[in-house]
Design a protein around this ligand. Structure first.
Ligand code: AMP
Length: 190
């Protein structure tokens, strides 16, 4: 069983690469951003709450996010494992994930972090916004706030997983397939 955290700042390519890994290793892919967007589209209570934060580029509160993630893992638990994309984003989310997986006698196998410079991220997100129409990808201020949130609350998780000897940095710049090959090298070593 492999439980992978695919990590990196907004625009690092987590969603694209998660899909490739999911297919290669038959893992269940959970993107917390996608779950929130699905709830917003369907005007659920969770969606209405998350939208307030997402529109500004702020993180959705931990309690809400952790409860949602717990529900998905409980429903989709499987023997191959999970790829967590966009979760955890804070230390309390990482601790909650650890306890949740402990209940199933398992743990995070590795955090694979896509490393990309900030100026490249901003341009990638603005380009993605033109195609996808995602509101939080179309406004430079919101993008900058998301990157700020990443550095103030999320980047610290590098140390959290390094301490457990399961942090793996991967160069996230280049062709999509080239980056997938770098991730596959790490995956095969786990
Ligand atoms: P993403 O699709 O991963 O770029 O996430 C889009 C937005 O959803 C983020 O800017 C946050 O507002 C929210 N979000 C997604 N995942 C999380 C999380 N693990 N914790 C808090 N907020 C999240």
């Amino acid at each position: 069983m492999k439980n992978i955290v695919l990590f990196g700042p907004p625009g690092a390519g987590k969603g694209t690469q998660a899909e490739k890994i999911r297919l290669n290793y038959n893992l269940f892919h959970i993107s917390t951003g996608d779950v929130f967007r699905y709830n917003i589209k369907n005007s659920t209570k969770l969606g209405l709450l998350a939208k307030e934060y997402m529109d500004k580029g702020d993180l959705v509160p931990d309690e809400v996010t952790i409860n949602m993630l717990n529900d998905v893992v409980e429903k989709k638990f499987n023997d191959n494992g999970f790829i967590f994309d966009g979760f955890p984003r804070t230390e309390s989310q990482a601790t909650a994930l650890e306890s949740l997986l402990n209940k199933y006698d398992t743990s995070i196998t590795g955090m694979i972090a896509l490393e990309v410079a900030d100026d490249i991220l901003i341009n990638r997100l603005l380009e993605r916004g033109k195609e996808s129409g995602r509101a939080d990808d179309s406004n430079r201020e919101v993008i900058e706030n998301r990157i700020k949130e990443y550095y103030s609350k999320t980047a610290i998780l590098k140390t959290f997983y390094q301490r457990k000897n399961c942090y793996f940095g991967v160069n996230g710049v280049g062709d999509i397939d080239e980056i997938t090959a770098r991730i596959v090298d790490v995956m095969n070593s786990l």
